[in-house]
Design a protein around this ligand. Sequence first.
Ligand code: ZN
Length: 234
Amino acid sequence: MNVVSVMAHQDDEMRCLGTMLRCRDRGDRLHFICLTDGSKGLVDRPDTGREEAAAVRRAEMSDLCGALGASYRCLGEPDEYLADTPAVRDALIDAIREAGAELVFTHYHEDYNADHVLTHHLVHHCAMQSCLPVIGRRAPLASHPAVFCVEPHGTSLFAPSHFVDVTAVEEEKVALLCRHRSQEIAMRRAVSAGFDDLCRVPDAYWGQKVGCRYAEPFVPMSGRGGTKPFAVLP
Ligand SMILES: [Zn+2]
């Protein structure tokens, strides 16, 4: 199965990476798509130019994907200014088709970041269009991929219905995320926590609710096609 993270920024995969590692362990192929270039992420170095910052984020995400043998596609839209345009829709449909997406993880419809919220809505539209023949350059997918939304950051109401035990891969998940070195530094400055805390605290919270040490929670994407009548998650 082709498993695809479609997120606004490099490092947003932190809420589904454990589950993707579980998918890898059952033989799935992993893909990562980022809509923006991440160029506003260097909050500790605000004078860094867009191209230089984007290169840092690209190198870190490519390093993570390389360690996993996963594909990486960045649509290169401007960080914090993601917009819904025909070109962005076409590019996302193309990327979803290129990955042969069968299982997609993306943002929840409520989140603290506007790029995250718009990414959710773009996936809602483009996952559906990816299996239709009218739009796009590549051949359509055979069927609509299953789509799951990850836990949002911040105080949004979020009532998950699906959980994956990631206890066995939590160490690897955190170690992989630390390859986003610039973000480890930036988040320690912004929220006084690095990837270790940012993963283990919520994963342990959900884990104790469902009877394991660490778990990732999900909500199936509503609408036509994204929710399946069969088990998809590991
Ligand atoms: Zn983000």
